[in-house]
Design a protein around this ligand. Sequence first.
Ligand code: NAG
Ligand code: NAG
Ligand code: NAG
Ligand code: NAG
Length: 391
Amino acid sequence: MAAYEGSFTSALLLLLLLLLSSFRPAPGRPLTGYPAVFNFGDSNSDTGGLVAGVAFPVGPPNGETYFHEPSGRFSDGRLIVDFLMDAMDLPFLSPYLDSVGGPSFKTGSNFATGGATILPANAASRNPFSFGIQVAQFSRFKARVLDLLATGNKNLQKYLPKEAYFQEGLYTFDVGQNDLYVAFFSKTEDQVIASIPTILSEFQNGIQRLYNAGARNFWIHNTGPLGCLARVIASNKNESDVDPLGCLASRNRAAVAFNTQLHQLCTTTTAAQLLPAGANLTYVDVYAVKLDLIANHSRYGFKEPLAACCGYGGPPLNFDSRVDCGVTKTVDGSTVTANPCDDTSEYVNWDGIHYTEAANRFVSQQVLSGNFSDPPPTVSFVAAADKSKLF
Ligand SMILES: *[C@@H]1O[C@H](CO)[C@@H](O)[C@H](O)[C@H]1NC(C)=O
Ligand SMILES: *[C@@H]1O[C@H](CO)[C@@H](O)[C@H](O)[C@H]1NC(C)=O
Ligand SMILES: *[C@@H]1O[C@H](CO)[C@@H](O)[C@H](O)[C@H]1NC(C)=O
Ligand SMILES: *[C@@H]1O[C@H](CO)[C@@H](O)[C@H](O)[C@H]1NC(C)=O
């Protein structure tokens, strides 16, 4: 027994040494020490907002890998925002829209909802909670919290952020994917690209409003490779639009154009004109991380870069827009079900749009390395103690 424990301890030590040697402190602001997080976005970071807000069904097998029941997230498990909260030693974010079950907002609130766009929702949108509405909800949230704190009610204080957290907290963003996705329904590629400045001026407006409301630390994810999502690929009618990876070149070009302009907005326009010295704004190239994962999937231990784990139709994409993940339906006269794959960790894509927990973990590790941040971090992103949760 003692010998076993001894070798176990040396194995742990070796592992720790390996971790320490492979993660040299990278040169911004570390992703630690924030007392709270306020998140804005779409399904990429929705922890239950759409389910609460419009009673959108996100049933089983969503959540099967980690929560063992549907958790309001479009994934088999955790999202990038969950891994980042873990790394910051903070609990998962409660959705602002969820009023049942006594959600705690002590360490932040999540305003993201699946399907959300930056531009205001229109009659065709299934989700009314666009970015501007999310920012308005934040203002309402903050005003209400300050009113309630002013009553001095100790019981309420357990569930609400302190006033100082609104300035000290981290404001995180992952939004824009749906603006591009929806735009392609009715526009040519050139028209979609021409609409990007309008989309981004709405985004900048929201950032400015948050700054005016006291936000000082911004953490902005760019948008992923839209053209590599099974639902998008499956809808393609132009064979010459398929790139060597099997993704739609037009969609990825639009995503890159969006990101180039977002990057510029984050590093020059907003930084210089909107945010007086002292505020911190970090742009994170999630696109590069996701495309690398798809292109080099086997090196990272994945077998399926594009196919949906939970879908119907079989290879190559295992996706049929008529049968959503978990749904049983009659298709061409037979009853079919979009079941999950046996091993979700082999798949990058969960349901044709969203990533698996395994893919979200990979992206989070890369984001936390600091290698994809601009400005680059000046000190190690994650405290040593937190790495155990991720690596
Ligand atoms: C910006 O980050 C630095 C640490 O890198 C921190 O000291 C400073 O307080 C932050 N600025 C604001 C306005 O929170
Ligand atoms: C088909 O895709 C190619 C490559 O992206 C593009 O140049 C071309 O304009 C597309 N054709 C149509 C009709 O959209
Ligand atoms: C795939 O890996 C190679 C080798 O590291 C790298 O040069 C390339 O940029 C990666 N592909 C993507 C799309 O990131
Ligand atoms: C960051 O990038 C450098 C240079 O490509 C690489 O050597 C290092 O391993 C990366 N760090 C992490 C934590 O991935």
